[in-house]
Structure formats: structure tokens, C-alpha cells
Design a protein around this ligand. Structure first.
Ligand SMILES: Nc1ccccc1-c1cnco1
Length: 247
């Protein structure tokens, strides 16, 4: 997979060079590049924003530097050799909600491009023009407001790249995470078995794998029902067994 990030604050994306994602790059599992649209601004002041038509507060990002930046990364990417056009993910409070299912969808793509808008957003004509070149997906992390897309890109890039085969050391750990199978993950414990007069649940010390698996599933169902009842209602009943229904 190749990931390109377009941002006028490229230093914001430095954390992507660390840890698992940085190792995926050095292991050749991922190509990562950051491009600054400001370097494509042609005027003396390298202008990337201006006041909004129709008035209102704030500034809007001019379309041309973004279009030139996108064209430059399209030339550097897999291009025609790719099975389908790249996906341009545009972090936005007005986007579809990013979920684990979306993360799996994006992890299957050959070329992802993230456009980190700031201020009041990017001129809509850039997105309209880009939709003729790539698949455009405005994407929200949730119903709250950020100052720009960079933080959202850090989160989405981590959620996506960890799903690429070989990036996570033990792929089994992906199977029991929150949101895998539609449930939140169960609580976890480690040594010491007694800590500040608090014990580890005795089932986990029993060595009885069947009882432990049942305890894990019960905890997932109880925690999900308590913290995210919306996820319980979204469950496919076919995935529940008789013991689940007794929880
Ligand atoms: N508020 C924002 C401003 C700019 C770019 C993304 C966002 C965003 C993404 N998810 C929630 O908010």
C-alpha cells in the first residue's frame, strides 16, 4: 500500500514515522509520503487560503494548490497499474463516520491519499474536480470539531495500516479487539493476582479454557450492552448462541 498525505503542516504527520507504522515503512509493507500544497502556491506569498465567498468568519483553502498537489502524488503513485483509482480521504466534520468496517475497506486499497483541510475547509470545487480523478470519501471521526484534518489522519492511518498483513506481529490479536464481531473487548488482567486488595476474576485463574472463553464472551456482551447499547441492537442475531441470550 502507498499512503500520501497532503497537509500544509507536514510536521504534524511526523508521528507516522514512529512505532508500528514506521516499521511497516522500513519493512517495505507501506510507502508513506507527505506533500505540502503550499509548495504548489505560485504567488510570492505562497497563499493557500482566502476569505469565503458569501461572507462568514474564517478562511477557505484555495483549490489550485490542492489540485496541483494531488496531481503530483497521482504521478508518484501506482497509477494505471493499480486495479482501481486511488481513494482520496478528506477528513471533515461533514463526512461519513469512520468505523472499523471502513478501516478494513481502506486497508484493502492500493493507494490512499489523505487531504488535511484546515480553517473552514477546502473550496468545494477541488472535491468536485478530484472526483473525476479519484474516489473521494469525506470522512468524520465523530461529532466534534477539530482545527484541521491532521489529527484525524493520524488516527485513521494507524487504524488502517495495522490491518495490513505483516504489520501487527500477532494477527490473532486483531480477532478479539473492540468492534471486531460487533462487540466491545472484554476486560484484561495481568500479574500480580492480588493488587491493592483487588483480585483477578477467579475464572481467569482456573485454567479451564471453556469457562474462560464463556467468561470473555459474557463480559463482551455485558460491557457492550452497558456502554454501547446501539451496538447490541446492530448485532446480527445469527452470531448469538443460546448462552449469549442468557447474559
Ligand atoms: N472538525 C474537523 C475539521 C477539519 C478536518 C476534520 C475535522 C473532523 C473530522 N472528524 C471530526 O471533525
Amino acid at each position: 500500500m502507498r499512503i500520501d498525505v497532503l497537509s500544509i503542516f507536514p510536521e504534524y504527520l511526523e508521528p507516522l514515522r514512529l512505532s508500528l507504522i514506521g516499521k511497516a515503512v522500513t519493512d517495505g509493507l507501506l510507502e508513506l509520503s507527505v506533500t505540502d500544497p503550499r509548495s504548489f502556491a505560485t504567488d510570492r506569498h505562497r497563499t493557500v487560503d482566502d476569505t469565503p465567498y458569501g461572507g462568514g468568519a474564517g478562511m477557505v483553502m484555495k483549490p489550485e494548490p490542492w489540485a496541483l498537489a494531488l496531481e503530483s502524488v497521482l504521478q508518484a503513485g501506482p497509477g494505471d497499474a493499480a486495479a482501481s483509482p486511488p481513494v482520496l480521504v478528506v477528513p471533515s466534520p461533514a463526512g461519513e463516520v469512520f468505523t472499523q468496517d471502513v478501516a478494513y475497506e481502506l486497508a484493502a486499497e492500493e493507494h490512499l491519499i489523505f487531504a488535511c483541510g484546515r480553517y473552514e475547509g477546502i473550496d468545494e470545487r477541488f472535491l468536485e474536480w478530484a472526483s473525476g480523478e479519484v474516489r473521494v470519501r469525506p470522512m468524520s471521526l465523530g461529532d466534534y470539531v477539530l482545527n484541521g484534518g491532521e489529527v484525524a489522519v493520524l488516527a485513521m492511518t494507524e487504524a488502517v495500516t495495522r490491518l495490513i498483513p505483516g504489520v501487527i506481529g500477532n494477527p490473532e490479536s486483531l480477532a478479539e479487539e473492540s468492534h471486531t464481531g460487533g462487540l466491545l473487548e472484554y476486560p484484561v488482567y495481568t500479574k500480580p493476582s492480588e493488587w491493592r486488595e483487588r483480585s483477578v476474576p477467579e475464572t481467569l485463574l482456573s485454567g479451564h479454557h471453556g469457562r474462560i472463553a464463556r467468561w470473555h464472551r459474557d463480559q463482551q456482551l455485558e460491557r457492550t450492552a452497558r456502554r454501547r447499547p446501539d451496538m447490541i441492537f446492530a448485532l446480527d442475531p445469527a452470531t448469538l448462541d443460546r448462552a449469549d441470550l442468557a447474559v
